[in-house]
Design a protein around this ligand. Structure first.
Ligand code: 4FV
Length: 250
């Protein structure tokens, strides 16, 4: 996968791109990240890429032209399909695991990192094909959201993570929150690893983990349960814990 990132702070990506799984994916040639400095497309001697908002108001707005020129320079027109041109912004679609899986099927992504109060609306109207938000809060720039998306997508690329995708039971991939994980030592400050995990009985372990994921989701994110295809066994278990809960809190 190729990811072009349009930013005025390419240095923000240095550590992220040269560490751990992202670094290895780039070294393996499974991920190519191309940092594009938007200032290189500013047609004024001070390389300004922002200006005052028409109609007044606080802050500055990122100008349309440098962004259009940068994207057009990335699209030599040879490419059959135009890649998604994604703007990170609080007004975007809420990013989630399903969207990460969708983007991971693309060959090429162009990510635009805004700054200041935002970008000129004509960027949305005539350049951007998708807007994505990583959460309902306001950041100083789109760089961290771009890293979040690259991280969530890269780990889904074939061969990037050790275990083949099918074997992975990511939170949200199953639609549920992840079950509790334990590792050595068996006993830590009086806290023991659940016996079932030491039993070697894989069917019992599978059921325990499923029930733990169900209960954790039911307690912390019941909204997610609506989107999970629950087995009759799952439903019985959820009815059991909600009955127990009702008894516990009459
Ligand atoms: C943001 C978010 C975000 C808004 C103005 C950058 C900032 C500045 N992007 N999810 N939340 N962006 O806060 O994606 O341009």
């Amino acid at each position: 996968m190729r990811v072009d990132v349009l930013t005025i702070f390419p240095e923000m990506f240095t550590g992220f791109l040269n560490t751990s799984i992202i670094k290895r994916a780039r070294e393996q040639g499974r991920l190519e990240v191309n940092l594009v400095n938007i200032r290189a497309y500013a047609r004024n001697k001070h390389r300004n890429v922002d200006d005052y908002p028409f109609g007044g108001g606080p802050g500055m707005v990122m100008q349309a032209e440098p962004l259009f020129l940068a994207v057009e320079d990335l699209l030599p027109g040879g490419e059959a399909a135009r890649p998604p041109v994604i703007l990170m912004s609080p007004q975007g679609e809420a990013f989630n695991q399903g969207m990460a899986e969708e983007l991971a099927r693309e060959e090429h992504l162009i990510l635009i990192c805004g700054h200041y109060e935002g970008v000129d609306e004509r960027v949305r109207l005539a350049l951007v094909t998708r807007e994505i938000s990583i959460g309902d809060y306001v950041l100083t720039g789109g760089e961290l959201p771009a890293m979040v998306i690259i991280d969530a997508v890269t780990r889904l690329l074939p061969g990037v993570l050790g275990a083949p995708e099918g074997a992975r039971e990511d939170s949200f991939a199953m639609g549920l929150l992840e079950y509790p994980q334990y590792t050595r030592p068996r006993s830590f400050r009086g806290l023991e690893v659940p016996e079932v995990l030491l039993s070697g009985n894989h069917e019992q372990i599978r059921r325990w983990r499923r029930q733990q994921a169900l209960e954790r989701t039911w307690r912390r994110r019941p909204d997610l349960l609506a989107r999970v295809n629950l087995s009759p066994e799952d439903r019985r278990f959820l009815e059991e814990i909600s009955r127990r809960e009702r008894e516990r809190t009459p």
